[in-house]
Design a protein around this ligand. Structure first.
Ligand SMILES: Cc1cc2nc3c(=O)[nH]c(=O)nc-3n(C[C@H](O)[C@H](O)[C@H](O)COP(=O)(O)OP(=O)(O)OC[C@H]3O[C@@H](n4cnc5c(N)ncnc54)[C@H](O)[C@@H]3O)c2cc1C
Length: 408
C-alpha cells in the first residue's frame, strides 16, 4: 500500500493535464452545439478515439492505477469539459464494465473491441438494466430470457428504458430474468450482438440535460442470441442459481452480495463526474464575480456573493475527498462498512445540483441564458442525483449499512 499522500504523482498529473487539455480544447467548445442538437457527438467521440481517450486501453490503465484515483481524476476532467459529451465518451465503459465483471476471457476478447470500434469507425455500447416498472426497484424486472436447449439459444423478450446509447449501440448488454422466483438473484446479463433481429430502439427521450448523450428505450421482441452470449456461461449461471435457491429455501435474506460491492466501487466514478460539473460552474461563477461590477465594485466584494463562492468551493473539495476515499478503498479491497461509495455519490451529486444553481444566481440574468454555460451545467447536474441510484436510494443503502436494519 502506498504511503498516505494528498498529492497526485507525476504520471497522474500528466494524465490529468492531458485530459484537461482535451476537455478545454475539444469538448468545451463543442458543448453548446451538441446540447442544442440533442444528438450523439460522433465527431467528438472520434477525436477522443484518435488521441486514445475513447478506448478500452485507456480505461483499463486508469482503472488499474494503484492509488484508485485514475478513474475519478479522468471523470472529473472530462465532465468538467461537458457532461453530455463526456457521457457519450464514457457511456460505452458502462457496458464494457458489465462484460469485464461477468464475462469469460473469450467474451471479453470478442465483444469489448466491437463496443468501441476503431478511430476510423467508432462504435458505442449500451448497458440496459432499467425498465418502465423497474427503476430503483430492480427486483421488479420483467424482461425474460428463456433457454432453448435444442438450439443452444437464449430468447429475450421485454422493454428496457433509459438506456444510454440504447438502439444506436453496436453491442447491447441486457440484464434479464432467468428465474422469476429468485428476485434480483435470478437475473443474468446477455450480449446482444450487432444487427440481431428483434432488438430495436423505442422512444428516444428529449431530456432536461446531458442532451448530447443519447437515451432511449430498447425493445426486445423474440431476440435470439447464441448460448455463448450469456455472460459468464451457463455452467456458472446454473451454479449461482442453485446456490440462490438453496439460500432461499433456508429462508436467509442475505442482501449483501457481490452486486452491492460492485455498486459501492462504481458509484464514486459518478461522484467524480458530478465534481467535474460542479467545479466547471464554480469556476465560471468565480470569474464572473470578480469582473462583474455593480454599485461601483466587483460583486464578489459583497459578502453575500463571496460567502456563496466560499461554500461552493468547500463543498466541491469535500465531495472530491469523499470520492477519492471511496476510490482508494475500492482498489485496496477495503470493506465499505459505512457505504462510503454511496456516500461519495450522494454528496457529490447533491453538491453539483446546489453549486450549479448558485452559479446561476451569481451570474444574475446572464446565468439564466444560454449565452453562459452555467444554465446548461445546472440542467446537466440534475442527472447525478437520479442515475446509478437516486439520492434516496443512496441514503437507504447508507442507512441500512450503518444500522444493519431493513430500513424501507
Ligand atoms: C439520462 C439517463 C440515463 C440513464 N442511463 C441508464 C443506462 O444506461 N442503463 C440503465 O439501465 N439505466 C439508466 N438510467 C436509469 C436510471 O438508473 C433510473 O432512472 C434510476 O435508477 C431511477 O429509476 P426510475 O427513473 O424508475 O425512478 P423510480 O425508481 O420510479 O423513483 C422515482 C422517485 O421515487 C424515489 N424512490 C423510489 N424508491 C424509493 C424508496 N424505497 N425510498 C425512497 N424513495 C424512493 C426515487 O428516489 C425517486 O425520487 C438512466 C436514466 C436517465 C434519466
Amino acid at each position: 500500500m502506498a504511503e498516505f499522500t494528498m498529492e497526485l504523482n507525476d504520471e497522474q498529473k500528466e494524465v490529468r493535464d492531458w485530459l484537461h487539455g482535451f476537455a478545454a480544447d475539444v469538448i468545451r467548445p463543442a458543448a453548446a452545439e451538441w446540447d442544442e442538437r440533442e444528438e450523439t457527438p460522433w465527431p467528438v467521440i472520434q477525436e477522443a478515439a484518435k488521441v486514445g481517450i475513447y478506448s478500452l486501453d485507456f480505461y483499463a490503465q486508469q482503472y488499474f492505477d494503484a492509488s484508485g484515483l485514475g478513474i475519478p481524476v479522468a471523470m472529473e476532467e472530462l465532465f468538467w469539459g461537458d457532461a453530455g459529451i463526456a457521457l457519450s465518451i464514457v457511456g460505452t465503459g458502462l457496458a464494457a464494465v458489465g462484460v469485464l465483471a461477468n464475462g469469460t476471457e473469450e467474451q471479453i476478447g470478442t465483444w469489448i473491441p466491437q463496443m468501441y470500434g476503431d478511430a476510423n469507425d467508432v462504435k458505442v455500447a449500451a448497458f440496459c438494466s432499467s425498465e418502465p416498472d423497474a427503476g430503483s426497484d430492480v427486483s421488479s424486472m420483467r424482461t425474460r430470457a428463456v433457454y432453448d436447449e435444442a438450439k443452444d439459444e437464449w430468447v429475450l423478450n421485454g422493454t428496457k428504458t433509459w438506456a444510454t446509447n440504447g438502439g444506436i449501440a453496436n453491442v447491447h448488454v441486457v440484464v434479464a430474468v432467468v428465474d422469476p422466483d429468485l428476485g434480483s438473484k435470478g437475473h443474468a446479463s446477455f450480449i446482444i450482438p450487432p444487427g440481431t433481429p428483434g432488438c430495436s430502439q423505442g422512444q428516444k427521450f428529449k431530456k432536461h440535460g446531458i442532451r448530447a448523450s443519447h437515451t432511449a428505450e430498447v425493445i426486445l421482441d423474440d431476440v435470439r442470441v447464441p448460448g455463448s452470449c450469456l455472460l459468464g456461461g451457463k455452467e456458472k449461471l446454473d451454479e449461482r442459481l442453485a446456490r440462490a435457491r438453496e439460500k432461499a429455501r433456508k429462508g436467509g435474506e442475505r442482501v449483501k452480495n457481490a452486486a452491492m460491492a460492485t455498486f459501492e466501487a462504481s458509484r464514486p466514478a459518478v461522484g467524480a463526474m458530478a465534481v467535474g460539473t460542479a467545479r466547471a460552474a464554480y469556476e465560471v461563477a468565480l470569474e464572473y464575480a470578480t469582473t462583474r461590477e455593480q454599485f461601483g465594485r466587483p460583486i464578489i466584494a459583497n459578502q453575500g456573493v463571496a460567502f456563496q463562492l466560499a461554500d461552493m468551493r468547500t463543498q466541491i473539495d469535500a465531495a472530491r475527498l469523499l470520492v477519492w476515499r471511496a476510490s482508494w478503498m475500492a482498489i485496496n479491497g477495503k470493506p465499505f462498512t459505512a457505504a462510503e461509495g454511496s456516500m461519495s455519490k450522494l454528496f457529490a451529486s447533491e453538491t453539483a445540483k446546489k453549486v450549479t444553481a448558485q452559479a446561476i444566481q451569481i451570474l444574475g440574468g446572464n446565468g439564466y441564458t444560454r449565452e453562459y454555460p452555467v444554465e446548461r451545467m445546472h440542467r446537466d447536474a440534475a442527472i447525478y442525483t437520479i442515475f446509478e441510484g437516486t439520492s434516496e436510494i443512496q441514503r437507504l443503502v447508507i442507512a441500512r449499512t450503518l444500522s444493519g436494519m431493513p430500513i424501507r
